[in-house]
Design a binder for this molecule. Structure first.
Ligand SMILES: [Zn+2]
Length: 81
């Protein structure tokens, strides 16, 4: 497993995520929905700053399908462009 998830002790800042070229994803926590969204780290940095520590549940970010909470997860950027 090459997971970047912690056990409730995430201390990733937006700057650290960008530095490692990781993608920030939000997974819907509603059972039976399971949509996920990819966030633009650059956009988040311009909004909240590179020192912003990303919480496990993203505040203000909700699933467009069901309005459920999105749980933060890091992923490798897809090797395109
Ligand atoms: Zn949902």
């Amino acid at each position: 497993m090459s997971s970047f998830e912690g056990d409730g002790g995430l201390t990733w800042t937006l700057g650290a995520i960008k530095e490692r070229n990781l993608a920030l994803e939000g997974y819907c926590q509603t059972e039976g929905c399971g949509h996920f969204y990819v966030f633009k780290v650059d956009n988040l940095i311009s909004g909240m700053g590179a020192d912003y520590v990303v919480p496990e549940i993203l505040p203000g970010a909700v699933c467009k399908e069901c309005g459920g909470a999105l749980k933060f997860k890091l992923a490798m950027m897809p090797p395109e462009d």
